[in-house]
Write a protein that binds this ligand. Structure first.
Ligand SMILES: Nc1ncnc2c1ncn2[C@@H]1O[C@H](COP(=O)(O)OP(=O)(O)OP(=O)(O)O)[C@@H](O)[C@H]1O
Ligand SMILES: [Mg+2]
Length: 346
């Protein structure tokens, strides 16, 4: 059995007109799978993030990527694979590529999605419950239901420990903010979130309950995304929003970062990145021992400007994940290496 590659082309009928100049080799692959595609005005980065992985899967499979057609079996909304359960015993297949908006595909039931199936996505999404993560986070990190008593108790515990600021984010990325707690420790939830994005968080629809991650504050600088496949750190790049893997210049770990995300200019910082690589390699082993290695995920890191220590910011499953200037070829090679079924003994 060999590992096969599936792909859902994001808008196969067209490609961005500038692709001919900006990414001719990627476009060539695109046109081989969709010969009638026409140039039009569309978002180049969205197209590139999807087309690059088609290009890599094509290279590594020797031109045998299986395209998924539109259907109504699996609905995707950015989060492309998290509904696909594993099917032990079926032939292993891999799929990754960014989507935007709604899509629905016919996902074949003769394959076992590896690395990125529902179980893998669930395990990675539960990262704040793993000791491996909490140690790498190096700060207080609480998971809290949308319940006034629980929220007040967690904030009181942090207040008693000397915190006067907290970083609170919602479980599903609706909002993330840094907030100041009042000097007096009564009615902390309401007084802390008043006037912020989270003020209405406890007003829930139809009884649905949200979850918050409440953390100690630090000063993140040089934010960096590592992509871990199994227990291997495959590639990494600074969290520079303008970059896609097309901006990678051949490094496995792109040395460019912004001191403050979205606010500073891009500079080369190979020494910081060397420390990140060592940190991520050790993290990947500890995570694999505690949680497992049958998955792939991103590990976001930052340097705490106050202490100079490396801290893990968060983990993300490979659902709708930006790769920045990661090395897409190294990523595809790692996937083939880690998820290819063991060779039959000679
Ligand atoms: N504990 C913290 N203290 C201070 N700043 C933080 C903390 N955790 C995260 N941040 C900052 O907030 C940003 C968003 O946090 P995080 O990545 O955990 O949330 P998110 O919901 O995934 O947001 P995004 O989609 O912007 O990455 C980080 O990139 C970092 O700059
Ligand atoms: Mg994030």
């Amino acid at each position: 059995m060999t590992l096969s590659y599936l792909h859902r082309m994001h808008g196969p009928a067209s490609y961005p007109a500038e692709a001919a100049e900006r990414a001719p080799h990627i476009l060539k692959t695109w046109l081989r799978y969709s010969p009638d595609a026409k140039p039009e005005i569309r978002d180049f980065e969205d197209w590139a993030e999807n087309a690059i992985m088609l290009h890599e899967a094509d290279r590594i499979s020797g031109g045998k990527v299986r395209l998924l057609d539109a259907d109504s079996r699996i609905r995707m909304h950015g989060d492309c694979t998290s509904y696909v359960p594993s099917r032990p015993g079926a032939a292993p297949a891999f799929m990754y590529g960014m989507w935007r908006g709604s899509d629905s595909v016919s996902f074949p039931d003769d394959v076992d999605m590896v690395g990125n199936n529902a179980e893998a996505v669930r395990a990675v999404s539960a990262y704040p419950t793993a000791t491996a993560f909490l140690e790498a986070a190096g700060r207080d990190f609480h998971i809290c239901d949308a319940d006034t008593h629980q929220l007040n108790a967690v904030l009181k515990e942090m207040h008693d420990a000397g915190h006067r600021e907290v970083f609170i984010k919602t479980r599903f990325k609706e909002s993330a903010c840094r907030l100041t707690m009042p000097a007096e420790a009564d009615d902390l939830w309401y007084k802390t979130v008043r006037g912020s994005d989270l003020e209405w968080f406890l007003v829930q629809h139809e009884g649905a309950k949200g979850v918050l991650f409440i953390q100690g504050v630090f000063e993140p600088t040089h934010e960096y995304r590592m992509i871990i496949v199994g227990d291997q750190v495959s590639t990494g790049a600074g969290c520079v929003e303008a970059f896609t893997p097309l901006d990678n210049r051949g490094d496995l770990f792109d040395p460019r970062t912004e001191e403050v995300r979205n606010r500073s200019s891009v500079t080369r910082n190979p020494d910081i990145v060397a420390r990140y690589i060592e940190f991520a390699r050790s993290f990947a082993q500890v995570w694999a021992t505690e949680v497992g290695d049958d998955m792939m995920y991103s590990l976001d890191l930052a340097l705490d400007a106050t202490t100079g220590n490396i801290r893990a910011i968060e983990l993300n499953p490979m659902t709708n994940l930006g790769l920045y200037a990661c090395n897409s070829a190294a990523l595809a090679d790692a996937i083939a290496d880690v998820f290819a079924p063991a060779k039959e003994p000679a």
